[in-house]
Design a protein around this ligand. Structure first.
Ligand SMILES: Cc1cc2nc3c(=O)[nH]c(=O)nc-3n(C[C@H](O)[C@H](O)[C@H](O)COP(=O)(O)OP(=O)(O)OC[C@H]3O[C@@H](n4cnc5c(N)ncnc54)[C@H](O)[C@@H]3O)c2cc1C
Length: 501
């Protein structure tokens, strides 16, 4: 709906107003749009998305084999049954999201090719003014909204993270990042070195091993992996009994969440036992002659970094077949034909894939101001990992690391869809979170405790992220099993919430 402009715009003439503006059409943005449309059907809203379509992570990543590393019963939405194999390809995830959009008429609310540049809160108007540029026409557009729902993920979509190694410019082969996989890249018959040891490297290796000359995973240090059949026996049994897909989804979700909870707790309470079980599995898969100690025995406690699930152990089958191998070493420098390692060994490569992670993007790299003052997110303290001191009428969906990211989309949605009517009831136009008198002496800490979880992209840029306190209300606990019970009971009249009329 168009309205008279409450903002003196230099470049854009009309301003569209919506009650809620959702940033991003990834799995979080689409899930949030669905929840909003069902729980508050009268609320006007728009979803703005930079890319040309929905999908976020699953649209951006196009490297061979791209797939989820958690199961789609919990990574998928609670409200839409997942009927395929639990570990899914990007294509399958996008088609599932497409069904959610079509079945619920969400498409008319989504504007693609709209990149948000800035968001300015005015306490005088109790509004956000959002400036977006159309990536196809270059046109600048202005929107106002009462509430900003940030579903922009956590990393930059246009470019992955590649470290600078000595003499990279001398290398005559091709260097590619999985996040920007070139359509014309031909790996058939080529020697490929994949730098990295995470889920992406573990996915790429088996996907290209059959056809390329040889593929080597070059890692500085090893990672934990779990393996299993890409199927859930309970789902198969229930389907045999002709139980409806809605029930299968719900029952299997509960089973997986129960087992994940047990595994996560065991990794804290009995880390040595969990470590042994994980490593014994890899030893069984690779056989007694394989040097598991060097290549698959991490130095850290299980779950400090995400543990990737390898369906049907395909990574280990590729290694066992001899078509793929692992080298654990450090890069000294690039050469014309490959990589010289600190051990003195040289790896020849026609193609080097840098599966070395992401650039953290704090709040979609949007320039935020509150009453004309730039927002420095690192100066804010988070309320439960979703709201931030000094930044009114805004919530962020930052998911879970040890459980499916999306489980938090539902929790945040439940909260936002309770908060907005609560504000209406109170005739409040703004809500912000603020430390209470009892929080005054609370230690202020980094966004995530590095002892708890420490992936590289967070460690590199933690100083740019909001802070947390040492009380549950003032942190993202990363504990779905506690938060699922706590979020629905959050007291919206707690002194942490300040309402303005
Ligand atoms: C290869 C890969 C595999 C993964 N597998 C799993 C998994 O199996 N399980 C799991 O739990 N997690 C997984 N993750 C983490 C994953 O990113 C999240 O789980 C999830 O997909 C994030 O969804 P999202 O919608 O929050 O963010 P994203 O998928 O990052 O989507 C955010 C969207 O917001 C848009 N956007 C950002 N900034 C702006 C802006 N300024 N203006 C307009 N639009 C903007 C982006 O273009 C993007 O489309 C994986 C990540 C990667 C990279």
């Amino acid at each position: 709906m168009n309205q008279a402009a409450p903002f003196s715009a230099s470049k854009a003439r009309t301003i569209e107003h919506f009650e809620v503006l959702i940033v991003g059409a990834g799995i979080s943005g689409i899930g949030s749009a669905y929840q909003l449309s069902k729980k508050l059907p009268d609320a006007s809203y728009v979803v703005l998305e930079t890319q040309e379509s929905f999908g976020g992570t699953w649209l951006t990543h196009r490297y061979p084999g791209i797939r989820s590393d958690s199961d789609l019963h919990t990574f998928g939405y609670s409200f839409k049954p997942w009927v395929g194999a639990p570990i899914a390809t990007a294509t399958e995830i996008k088609s599932y999201m497409g069904e959610v959009i079509n079945e619920n008429g969400l498409d008319r609310h989504i504007r693609y090719k709209h990149k948000i540049l800035s968001a300015s809160w005015s306490s005088a108007q109790n509004l956000w003014t959002v400036e977006a540029v159309r990536t196809d026409t270059g046109e600048t557009l202005l929107f106002t909204c009462s509430f900003l729902w940030m579903c922009q993920g956590y990393y930059r979509h246009d470019e992955g993270y590649t470290p600078e190694w000595a003499e990279m410019d001398k290398y005559k082969g091709r260097i590619v990042h999985p996040q920007t996989w070139p359509e014309d890249l031909e790996t058939e018959g080529k020697n490929v070195v994949v730098i990295g040891s995470g889920a992406t490297a573990a996915t790429l290796l088996p996907a290209i091993a059959d056809k390329c000359g040889h593929v080597t995973m070059l890692q500085r240090s090893p990672t934990y992996f779990r393996t299993g059949r890409n199927a859930i026996e309970l789902a198969e049994e229930l389907r045999k009994l002709q139980v409806s897909e809605e029930w299968v989804h719900e029952i299997v979700r509960r089973k997986i969440l129960y087992e994940q909870d047990a595994f996560t707790r065991a990794s804290f309470e009995k880390p040595e036992k969990v470590r042994k079980d994980l490593l014994d599995n890899i030893r069984n898969l690779l056989g007694p002659d394989y040097d598991v100690d060097t290549h698959f025995t991490p130095k850290y406690r299980p779950w400090r970094q995400r543990i990737a699930f390898v369906p049907d152990a395909d990574l280990f089958k590729a290694i066992k077949s001899g078509k793929a191998s692992v080298v654990t070493d450090e890069i000294e420098r690039f050469t014309e034909t490959g990589i010289l390692l600190k051990s003195g060994k040289e790896l020849n490569a026609d193609i080097v894939v840098t599966a070395t992670g992401f650039h953290l993007s704090v709040m979609g790299d949007i320039a935020f101001t509150v009453d004309n003052q730039p927002v420095d997110w690192a100066e804010t303290v988070t309320y439960r990992g979703m709201m931030f001191t000094g930044v009114p009428n805004l919530a962020w969906v930052f998911g879970y690391f040890r459980a499916s990211w999306t489980l938090r989309t539902d929790l945040v949605a439940e909260f936002v869809c309770r908060l907005l009517p609560h504000m209406k009831d109170k005739q409040a136009k703004s809500v912000s979170v603020t430390l209470r008198s009892e929080d005054k002496d609370m230690p202020i800490l980094s966004w995530i405790d590095p002892e708890n979880f420490n992936p590289g992209y967070l460690m590199r840029d933690m100083h740019r992220l909001p802070k947390r306190g040492d009380k549950r209300e003032w942190q993202h606990t990363q504990d779905y099993w506690v938060e699922k019970d706590e979020f629905p009971t959050i007291d919206l009249d707690d002194a942490a919430f300040r309402y303005g009329t």
